[in-house]
Design a binder for this molecule. Structure first.
Ligand code: HEM
Length: 448
């Protein structure tokens, strides 16, 4: 890539070698040029490096332990209830499900990460907000978040410094410094937005730090408590890092989950035989007012597991995992110099006919533990959450949320493709995959 050596891997055994066996030589991520221009994004777990990364990861991993996740169930349930309740009653009305699920996922992560109710799911489709108490601060914050996220573009529609960074990385930072002072340039707007966003986040962190309450279970409170109890964490978790971590959760935990949930509804709507089996499993769990526990979600819905895996294979929301060599290392017999970018191509792996027969067919049964394809497949052929010690930290969180949402949605409704939706679905390639025009569906109430 210009003068930057880059190796792309699309073989499960080599992914294992780079992601697990040689992890200590490939711990860090390569930093794409839009991120290099954004300190707010660099200080989260995703882009932090070496010791800073391992100390942060070892501390915040406790937030993702089963007991913590199961304590988040009521929060998830209440946001999902709002989503289900607000679905239109008419079968002739289009919903852009991807927008609704983004609001849902942002609300869930807002509460889990900041202890903050953004209240986005309470908005009806006409834009009204049910909750009079929701202040404009919150909606401003979310607007800033959306702007900051959508300006992280890797293509020629990004700000001038980002485009320059793609071509001549060394010039990116000096140009960004100059342009961010010139009003009305994209760089200036991005810089202003990030400053505002950072100061809002700092306010939230400061507020949480002043609260003496020892019971809050949101992420920021947990990290703040960990900082009090461990000497090493004090140095690592300065308030700018805590703000970045919290913000990163909002970013990482919303778009990915929402995209995946939307793709499941879209794919199931096009496959009646899958829908039938899914409904049978959900109805077979018990009466519709029986809420599954975290343990139930993990063990009692094997077909939902297959549907989620297959949808994540079909539309891999995070198709590349980017790492970088910290010293010379040999992978697959090739010697890679220090500083080489090594990208694991999860999206390519997911469509490899050597591991997935007829890869362009949507067939959840290929993940049935008893079927030959599943038994014979390489264990690292399907890695939508990444691999090894740096695998997605929010995997269980996302799976719990998606399963709970699916159960609640399909208990009351089934979904059909809207006639107003393009075919095939148009995708947009940014930092993560997105739908170009959203997933438009019609909601059909099930017979009681
Ligand atoms: C369907 C949902 C999700 C998908 C497909 C997904 C995918 C990924 C992938 C592929 C990575 C890179 C892993 C690697 O380098 O091997 C990652 C990292 C990460 N994810 Fe997720 N993710 C999802 C949901 C979430 C959620 C809900 C959260 C937070 C609550 C989250 C937080 C993170 C963080 C913090 C990292 C960086 C981990 C590190 O560098 O140590 N993700 N995710």
């Amino acid at each position: 890539m210009g003068r930057q050596p880059l190796v792309i891997i699309a073989d499960p055994e080599l992914c294992k070698e780079a992601g697990i066996k040689k992890f200590k030589d490939l711990t860090n991520r390569s930093i794409p040029s839009p991120i290099a221009a954004s300190p707010l994004h660099q200080k989260g777990l995703f882009f932090s490096r070496d010791k800073q990364w391992s100390t942060m990861r070892n501390t915040i991993i406790s937030f993702y332990q089963p007991s913590q996740l199961s304590s988040l169930l009521p929060t998830m349930q209440s946001v999902i209830d709002t989503l289900v309740h607000n679905l239109p009653k008419s079968e002739d009305e289009d919903i852009t499900f991807s927008n609704l699920s983004l609001k849902m996922a942002t609300d869930v992560i807002g509460q889990a990460a900041f202890g903050f109710d953004f209240g986005l799911s309470k908005e009806r489709s006409n834009g009204d907000i049910n909750d009079h108490g929701r202040d404009s601060e919150v909606s401003d914050f979310v607007k800033l978040h959306v702007y900051s996220t959508t300006t992280l573009k890797m293509d020629l529609s990004g700000s001038f410094s980002i485009i320059l960074g793609l071509l001549m990385p060394i010039l990116q930072e000096p140009f960004r410094q100059i342009l961010s002072r010139i009003p009305w340039t994209a760089d200036c707007m991005v810089s202003k937005t990030n400053q505002k966003l950072s100061s809002r986040l700092d306010d939230i962190v400061a507020k949480r730090a002043n609260e003496s309450d020892k019971v809050s279970k949101d992420f920021v409170s947990l990290v703040l408590r960990a900082r009090e109890s461990e000497e090493v964490s004090k140095k690592v978790f300065t308030s700018d890092y805590i703000s970045a971590l919290a913000y990163e959760h909002l970013l990482a935990g919303s778009a990915t989950t929402s995209f995946t949930l939307s793709s499941i509804l879209y794919l199931v709507a096009g496959h009646p035989e899958v829908e039938k089996k899914l409904l049978k499993e959900i109805d077979g769990f018990g009466p519709h007012n029986l809420m599954p526990t975290a343990h139930d979600l993990q063990h009692k819905f094997p077909y939902i597991d297959q549907v989620i895996k297959e949808a994540m294979r079909f539309y891999t929301v995070s198709p590349l995992v980017a790492r970088e060599t910290s010293r010379q290392v040999e992978i697959g017999g090739y010697v890679l110099p220090k500083g080489t970018w090594v990208w694991l191509a999860l999206g390519v792996l997911a469509k490899d006919p050597n591991h997935f027969a007829e890869p362009h067919q949507f067939r959840p049964e290929r993940f049935d533990p008893n079927c030959d394809e599943e038994k014979q497949r390489h264990p690292y052929a399907h890695i939508p959450f990444g691999i090894g010690p740096r695998q997605c930290i929010g995997m269980r969180f996302a799976l719990q949320e998606m399963k709970l949402a699916l159960i609640n949605l399909y208990r009351r409704y089934v979904f059909r493709h809207s006639p107003n939706m393009e075919k095939p679905l148009a995708l947009e390639f940014g930092i993560v995959l997105n739908y170009k025009y959203g997933v438009k569906l019609r909601v059909v109430k099930r017979e009681p």
